[in-house]
Design a protein around this ligand. Structure first.
Ligand code: FES
Length: 100
Protein backbone atom coordinates (compact mmCIF):
# COMPACT_ATOMS: atom_id res chain seq x y z
CA UNK A 1 0.00 0.00 0.00
CA UNK A 2 1.20 3.51 -0.76
CA UNK A 3 -0.33 6.91 -0.22
CA UNK A 4 -1.04 8.47 -3.60
CA UNK A 5 -2.47 11.87 -4.43
CA UNK A 6 -5.59 11.18 -6.48
CA UNK A 7 -7.43 14.49 -6.67
CA UNK A 8 -7.44 18.14 -5.78
CA UNK A 9 -9.50 19.22 -2.78
CA UNK A 10 -12.10 20.82 -5.08
CA UNK A 11 -12.30 18.05 -7.67
CA UNK A 12 -15.26 16.29 -6.03
CA UNK A 13 -18.17 18.46 -4.83
CA UNK A 14 -19.54 17.95 -1.32
CA UNK A 15 -22.22 15.28 -1.44
CA UNK A 16 -20.83 13.83 -4.66
CA UNK A 17 -18.32 11.36 -5.98
CA UNK A 18 -15.89 11.00 -8.84
CA UNK A 19 -13.80 8.34 -10.51
CA UNK A 20 -10.03 8.36 -10.43
CA UNK A 21 -7.47 5.86 -11.66
CA UNK A 22 -4.83 4.94 -9.10
CA UNK A 23 -2.18 2.25 -9.48
CA UNK A 24 -4.22 0.65 -12.26
CA UNK A 25 -7.44 0.61 -10.21
CA UNK A 26 -10.60 2.60 -10.77
CA UNK A 27 -11.45 4.26 -7.47
CA UNK A 28 -14.66 6.03 -6.52
CA UNK A 29 -13.83 8.96 -4.29
CA UNK A 30 -16.80 10.10 -2.22
CA UNK A 31 -17.00 13.49 -0.50
CA UNK A 32 -19.81 13.06 2.01
CA UNK A 33 -19.36 13.08 5.77
CA UNK A 34 -15.63 13.14 5.11
CA UNK A 35 -13.73 11.44 2.32
CA UNK A 36 -14.19 7.80 1.38
CA UNK A 37 -12.61 5.65 -1.32
CA UNK A 38 -13.74 2.32 -2.70
CA UNK A 39 -13.33 0.27 -5.82
CA UNK A 40 -15.45 1.82 -8.55
CA UNK A 41 -16.25 -1.37 -10.46
CA UNK A 42 -19.78 -2.59 -9.69
CA UNK A 43 -20.17 -6.26 -8.80
CA UNK A 44 -23.16 -6.52 -11.14
CA UNK A 45 -21.93 -5.83 -14.68
CA UNK A 46 -18.57 -4.22 -13.98
CA UNK A 47 -19.75 -0.69 -14.77
CA UNK A 48 -18.53 2.26 -12.76
CA UNK A 49 -20.42 3.28 -9.63
CA UNK A 50 -18.38 6.47 -9.33
CA UNK A 51 -20.96 8.89 -10.73
CA UNK A 52 -23.83 7.38 -8.78
CA UNK A 53 -26.13 9.18 -6.38
CA UNK A 54 -24.66 9.62 -2.89
CA UNK A 55 -27.04 9.77 0.04
CA UNK A 56 -27.20 8.56 3.64
CA UNK A 57 -23.93 6.63 3.57
CA UNK A 58 -24.90 4.89 0.33
CA UNK A 59 -23.73 5.18 -3.26
CA UNK A 60 -26.12 3.94 -5.92
CA UNK A 61 -24.71 2.44 -9.09
CA UNK A 62 -26.18 4.60 -11.87
CA UNK A 63 -26.56 1.66 -14.26
CA UNK A 64 -29.03 -0.71 -12.54
CA UNK A 65 -29.27 0.88 -9.10
CA UNK A 66 -27.44 -1.54 -6.85
CA UNK A 67 -26.49 0.11 -3.57
CA UNK A 68 -23.23 0.07 -1.65
CA UNK A 69 -22.25 1.40 1.76
CA UNK A 70 -19.41 3.67 0.68
CA UNK A 71 -17.72 3.41 4.09
CA UNK A 72 -17.44 -0.39 4.06
CA UNK A 73 -17.93 -1.26 0.36
CA UNK A 74 -20.73 -3.67 1.32
CA UNK A 75 -23.42 -4.37 -1.26
CA UNK A 76 -26.74 -3.65 0.45
CA UNK A 77 -29.14 -5.47 -1.84
CA UNK A 78 -29.53 -8.60 -4.02
CA UNK A 79 -26.47 -10.62 -2.88
CA UNK A 80 -25.08 -11.33 0.58
CA UNK A 81 -21.37 -11.12 1.33
CA UNK A 82 -20.37 -8.93 -1.62
CA UNK A 83 -18.02 -6.14 -0.68
CA UNK A 84 -16.00 -3.74 -2.83
CA UNK A 85 -12.51 -2.90 -1.65
CA UNK A 86 -12.15 0.24 0.43
CA UNK A 87 -9.12 2.43 1.03
CA UNK A 88 -7.95 4.87 3.65
CA UNK A 89 -8.21 8.50 2.59
CA UNK A 90 -6.46 11.61 3.87
CA UNK A 91 -7.07 15.23 2.97
CA UNK A 92 -3.88 17.26 2.85
CA UNK A 93 -3.17 20.86 1.87
CA UNK A 94 -2.38 19.90 -1.71
CA UNK A 95 -5.11 17.37 -2.34
CA UNK A 96 -6.76 14.06 -1.48
CA UNK A 97 -4.56 11.04 -0.89
CA UNK A 98 -5.61 7.40 -0.98
CA UNK A 99 -3.66 4.46 0.45
CA UNK A 100 -3.70 2.06 -2.50
S1 FES B 1 -23.57 -2.40 -13.31
FE1 FES B 1 -24.00 -1.60 -11.32
S2 FES B 1 -26.02 -2.21 -10.94
FE2 FES B 1 -25.60 -3.05 -12.91
Amino acid sequence: MAWTRVAGRDDVPKGGSGEFEVAGRKIALVNSGGWHALDAVCAHQKQSIACGKVEGGVIECPHHFWHYDYRTGELLDYLKGVRLGTYRVEEKKDGIYVDV
